[in-house]
Design a protein around this ligand. Structure first.
Ligand SMILES: O=C(O)CCC(=O)C(=O)O
Length: 267
């Protein structure tokens, strides 16, 4: 029996909220102690990424996108196979979905407002229509996020707008962005087509936001792949192996974060 915190009815309500608003937040979902440990282990990775000339990959000044190594503590099935999250994910992008991304977005002091954007083009751009969801981001911060340290701003209900509608609404000032403040342990499930932007971190403390990407079963996104160490494959559940099936299996995991090439993220 799967271990859910929410009833089937409650999970359906979250699913409906994402379909309507483009995102939902599960409050107090992960243990803050686990999140603190991730943050402690992430900080040296961020430093190493910056010290070895890692770029901001087009995200704006002092804003870093860093892939996490698929290793302890980040390769944690209690996080990436969380039953409530996977149930909502399945309700949105269908059975046999894949996990394509395990990364972080971190604005530092000196970061600025990003352009309002969505993270993916439509599936069928020639037809000027939007489809049901196909690409989700599960986001959770490694520090509490308040108005000061760069909350993501999202315009609810914009994930199904066509390009023409988006431009028209932006010109008329009808895109209403709202800052989403979050505590350690809160989790957001987001259709990446919703309009959003990063905002400045005005504090000296980095604000990492984890992003775990889940896609429909036929969507392959090599630009955000996760390298799976061969030695770990046997430890994964059948479901995890299936979810991770499009990712490369490697003999040796890179110790240093790779220089990110995922630089086409804004549409
Ligand atoms: O982490 C954030 O605040 C949002 C960053 C973002 O939207 C992006 O870099 O695409």
């Amino acid at each position: 029996m799967a271990n859910h915190r929410y009833t089937a009815e409650e999970r359906k309500t979250f699913t409906q909220k994402v379909l309507r608003d483009g995102y939902c937040v599960l409050e107090n979902h992960f243990s803050p102690a686990v999140i603190d440990y991730w943050n402690e282990r992430f900080m040296p990775l961020l430093r190493s990424y910056m010290d070895t000339g890692g770029t901001t990959a087009g995200r704006g000044a002092e804003r870093y996108y860093v892939t996490l190594p698929f290793a302890e503590p980040f390769a944690d099935p209690t996080i990436f196979e969380d039953e409530d999250i996977l149930s909502i994910v399945e309700g949105l992008v269908g059975e046999d979905f894949v996990m394509c991304q395990l990364a972080t977005d971190t604005p530092l002091l000196g970061s600025d407002y990003q352009e309002i954007h969505r993270d993916t083009p439509p599936l069928f751009p020639e037809f000027h229509i939007e489809t049901p969801p196909f690409q989700l981001a599960v986001n959770f911060p490694l520090v509490d996020v308040n108005e000061e340290n760069g909350p993501i701003e999202i315009a609810a209900g914009t994930h199904l707008l066509s390009k023409a509608e988006r431009i028209m609404k932006m010109e008329k000032g009808e895109i209403k962005l709202e800052a989403v403040t979050m505590k350690r342990g809160d989790v957001m499930i987001r259709d990446v087509r919703g309009l959003h932007r990063g905002t400045p971190n005005r504090t000296p403390v980095p604000r990492p936001m984890v992003v775990i990407g889940y896609s429909r079963k036929w969507l392959h996104r090599p630009e955000v792949s996760i390298e799976i160490p061969r030695s770990m494959v046997g430890e994964l559940s059948h479901r995890a192996r299936r979810m991770l099936r499009y990712n490369p299996i490697v003999d040796v995991i890179q110790q240093q974060p790779r220089n990110e090439t995922y630089d086409t993220f804004s549409y």
